[in-house]
Write a protein that binds this ligand. Structure first.
Ligand code: UDP
Ligand code: MG
Length: 213
């Protein structure tokens, strides 16, 4: 796999390509990954999850892997320089002009790093709003073998979400970009609401004709 610079030369820089970016935010267990899969199938986006990029980095055995694993196990945020580098590479390597970025930016530091490095304003921020009781139930039942799906780490992740991610959502809300979805319902019903926003607000986001900015 080439470096970010090699890929940029092949496909044009991100700034030149100006892909449509949608952020998907919500607490742990709110259904971000599940709904992103449905959006990919229905609207032709590419799904990039920063949590998955970090897990891939751990699996690759890179020198940062051990530190990332420790941070995740404790429910803490990985340093933004690292996350932004992985995100930039994934966005650059992806040929699609419609990107769904899942679970990012989840604090102000990450948002600032994104603005400084990637510089592509999101068209839309989907906020999957769900009660802690429901999220906790889902996380404890999902059996994905994740080290951070235990009650102690889950509580820490809820705290990070409330203290660090909600202010980011509030920031985008003040710019009129947030679409809040009731994510406590069964996943097919949640997706009906998402479809409504993607089609009615944006006409057909497939053609990048979003005029909500
Ligand atoms: N994480 C991070 N930065 C990110 C995304 C994830 O530091 O941009 C770390 C953080 O420790 C988080 C964990 O990865 O608790 C799991 O994130 P993921 O999005 O996979 O799961 P979620 O908490 O949304 O279920
Ligand atoms: Mg996830």
């Amino acid at each position: 796999m080439g470096s970010v610079t090699d890929v940029a030369m092949e496909k044009g820089t991100l700034a030149q390509r100006k892909p449509t970016v949608v952020f998907v935010l919500g607490g742990p267990g709110s259904g971000k990954g599940t709904q992103c899969d449905k959006i990919v199938q229905h609207f032709g986006f590419t799904h990039i999850s920063t949590g998955d990029l970090l897990r891939d980095e751990i699996r690759s055995g890179s020198e940062n892997g051990t530190m990332i694993q420790r941070m995740m196990k404790e429910g803490k945020m990985v340093p933004p320089e690292l996350t932004i580098k992985l995100l930039q590479k994934a966005m650059q390597e992806c040929g699609n002009d419609k990107l769904l970025i899942d679970g990012f930016p989840r604090n102000e530091e990450n948002r600032a790093a994104y603005e400084a490095v990637i510089k592509i304003e999101p068209k839309l921020v989907l906020f999957l709003d769900c009660s802690e009781e429901e999220m906790e139930r889902r996380l404890l039942n999902r059996n994905q073998g994740r080290e951070d799906d235990n009650i102690e780490t889950i509580r820490k992740r809820f705290k990070v979400f409330k203290e660090s991610t909600l202010p980011v959502i509030e920031y985008y809300n003040s710019k009129g970009k947030v679409r809040k979805i009731d994510a406590g319902k069964p996943s097919d019903e949640v997706f009906e609401d998402i479809k409504f926003f993607f089609t009615s607000t944006c006409g057909n986001i497939k053609h990048s004709c979003c005029v909500i900015l």
